[in-house]
Design a protein. Structure first.
Length: 199
């Protein structure tokens, strides 16, 4: 069963990489097509941004984190303005906080952080990126994050989502690679160009 899951993951990864590449190319036109339907900007910690369609900002217990929930899928987007350095300790803190927001209080996650090379930048302001994988007794969760630097300040923007079911959770946590959410990445590409520092 694990070999079959691994083969399916390889096929799915190839398809998703192709689709994500197409989404990167289309992201600029998606943002400009908002036109007169421009949604209201949100401000947090000296940063402003515009939530993508189908995402609504929810109350967060951390005043330096804006969490946005998708209207129909178990996906969240976030913008965080840390006080200190964006290191593994902060990324784990942020991931745990976002998991509680996404899952309405579910916690107890163990976390793995995996930073990525900067070869495939999705923003000219990007200085880093990576994923965190979280596992508790029944749920696998993954956060994809991008670190931006605007006027000397680091901002963390990304998405968080659950994948698989309870039977697959440990496998997804331990296997190399990552899971993909097309809706999540498309929305993240719409969010990123709107992130800017308040004048």
């Amino acid at each position: 069963m694990l070999a079959r899951l691994a083969n399916l993951r390889c096929i799915k990864t190839a398809v998703v990489i192709l689709v994500v590449s197409m989404l990167v190319a289309l992201s600029a036109s998606s943002v400009t097509s908002l036109g007169q339907e421009r949604r209201q900007d949100v401000q947090i910690g000296g940063v402003q941004f515009t939530p993508p369609p189908s995402f609504k900002v929810e109350h967060s217990h951390d005043t330096r984190v804006a969490f946005m929930r998708h209207s129909t899928s178990p996906i969240g987007l976030f913008v965080a303005t840390p006080n200190g350095p964006v290191d593994d300790q902060y990324i784990i803190y942020l991931s745990n906080h976002l998991a509680v927001d996404l899952l309405h209080g579910d916690d107890g996650f163990s976390w793995k952080v995996s930073a990525h090379q900067l070869a495939n930048k999705v923003s000219t302001h990007q200085t880093g990126s990576g994923i965190t994988k979280g596992l508790n007794a029944k749920t696998f969760i993954q956060a994809d994050y991008i670190i931006l630097k605007l006027k000397g300040h680091e901002i963390v923007v990304g998405l968080i989502a659950t994948f698989g079911d309870e039977r697959e959770a440990r496998f997804l946590f331990e296997v190399e690679g990552r899971e993909y959410s097309i809706t999540g990445w498309q929305s993240l590409f719409q969010l990123l160009p709107s992130v800017s520092e308040k004048k």
